[in-house]
Design a protein around this ligand. Structure first.
Ligand SMILES: [Zn+2]
Length: 471
């Protein structure tokens, strides 16, 4: 008994001594300024930083801004056109190449998320393959670490062009993270505050609200983005470097040996004059002139085309208060109705949920696919959940295109929303035909229980190759 009492006393004394110790004043360290970025570039793959490298050269050297880069994947799929390595081994090499490309620009702070290359145009394939939630958490942590004013990323939208699902998924993650990183209620383990000197699981970051997001698009029709954001000229001569911005950007791109070794070898043998001729030609140049940074979202004042850093010192509005569903006034609430499904349906929910009312999207839903392949038109039918419904579709197709076997009549179960798809066989085209092929429209008329439920229109371009519509 006495022994037990002694232990208790000793324990109490040690607790009192420890608490007295923790009450002593301690130095509170500020966030590390070495990692503070004015501009954070978030792109999908090693080499995608090139969407923004001429602007990064301008920002670093002549606007005196700090720049950091995040890659969503390490580039482990696709071919290695340089040497033997593939898959994970090639990803190890591409990480080094990406870091080398950024170093050539003067960017030291480079991170990678855990996305895995997904060879599809469907953003949902990429988000699923990556592990959407874990990568969003990681991106939010990196935004809180780098504390950017402006984020540059890919357009989260579907266009005729490369239309890579990984690019779109990166844009999706950025807009989500932009809205979340400033909230103290989101991923709280990142924001715990210092509790001990040797914190193993808690990050002691701070909430951070970036001010603006601009995006780049790989749509073939780049003209549609004229006037949608501030512009700059990649041909402009840097007052500090005494050479055009594109010149430094090209030198940086030469680090990507496993991606385009033939171009690197060809260009490395060119004189400055020869290189300049190629880069200044709209048909062969890598960057448009002027180049537009497409406005995505802002929590400070000013218009879409104002300079990137205008209003940047304003105290931001909480983006959560901007969430609105009013930016899609054309959406019909009545039943029955038929809408495009799959990734189009996702985006119709995503834009209003993140207040992206002004982001330029395709005027008519569109996609490019390989000539001779099957076009999938996913549909979502909203109808009375109390009883089964009869869906009847009528496809109006370009000459030589045809739907698969069957008469496009469906009995839908008693549920609020049913998913169906129309498969359209497209014609194989010769190289000569492909050169002249213009986008065509696929029309699908819809009737539910004999009542018209709208017409779906999809603009489709046939190409010689490219990524599949979906995996
Ligand atoms: Zn890419």
């Amino acid at each position: 008994m006495k022994r037990w009492l002694m232990c208790l006393l000793l324990w109490s004394v040690s607790v009192i001594a420890a608490s007295a110790q923790t009450q002593a004043p301690q130095k509170v360290n500020a966030p590390d300024e070495r990692y503070k970025a004015d501009i954070l570039i978030v792109v999908a793959h090693p080499d995608d930083e090139a969407f923004f490298t001429p602007y990064a050269v301008k920002a670093l050297n002549d606007l005196h801004k700090s720049v950091a880069v995040i890659f969503a994947t390490r580039g482990g799929s696709g071919g290695n056109r340089y040497r033997a390595e593939r898959g994970p081994a090639m990803a190890n090499e591409r990480e080094i190449e990406a870091r080398a490309a950024c170093t050539k620009l003067g960017i030291r702070n480079v991170w990678f998320l855990d996305g895995k290359d997904s060879a599809s145009q469907n953003v949902l394939d990429s988000l699923s393959n990556w592990g959407h939630g874990a990568n969003l958490e990681k991106l939010v942590a990196l935004i809180r670490l780098t504390r950017p004013e402006v984020i540059l990323t890919h357009h989260p939208g579907i266009f005729i062009g490369e239309n890579h699902g990984d690019h779109q998924a990166t844009g999706v993650l950025v807009f989500e993270a932009f809205d979340l990183a400033g909230s103290g209620a989101v991923f709280p383990a990142q924001l715990s505050g210092a509790m001990t000197h040797y914190e193993a699981y808690l990050s002691n970051l701070r909430p951070w609200q970036a001010k603006k997001v601009y995006v780049a698009s790989e749509a073939e029709d780049g003209k549609q983005f004229d006037g949608t954001g501030p512009t700059y000229s990649p041909r402009e001569i840097s007052p500090l470097l005494k050479k055009p911005y594109w010149r430094v950007a090209i030198e940086s791109a030469m680090a990507h040996q496993t991606q385009f070794p033939e171009d690197i070898e060809r260009m490395s043998k060119m004189s400055d004059e020869e290189l300049e001729k190629i880069m200044n030609d709209p048909n062969t140049g890598w960057w448009g002139d002027p180049s537009t940074l497409i406005f995505g979202k802002s929590v400070v004042g000013g218009g879409a085309t104002d300079p990137v850093f205008s209003h940047i010192d304003e105290i931001p509005v909480n983006p959560a208060s901007q969430v609105t569903s009013s930016c899609d006034p054309g959406r019909k609430p009545e039943l029955p109705r038929v809408e495009l499904g799959g990734p189009w349906q996702f985006y119709s929910n995503f834009y209003p949920a993140h207040g992206l009312c002004h982001l330029k999207i395709a005027a008519t839903p569109e996609i490019g696919i390989k000539a001779g392949s099957t076009l999938i038109v996913p549909l979502v039918v909203s109808h009375d959940p109390a009883k089964p419904a009869q869906l009847s579709l009528t496809a109006r197709l370009p000459e030589g295109w045809k739907t698969g076997p069957g008469d496009l009549k469906f009995t839908l179960p008693a549920e609020g929303s049913s998913a169906v798809s129309v498969h359209v066989e497209t014609p194989a085209l010769s190289a000569e035909q492909l050169k002249k092929a213009l986008p065509q429209e696929v029309h699908v008329g819809t009737e539910v229980d004999g009542k018209p439920a709208g017409e779906i229109v999809l603009k489709v371009a046939l190409r010689g190759g490219g990524l599949p519509e979906s995996l």
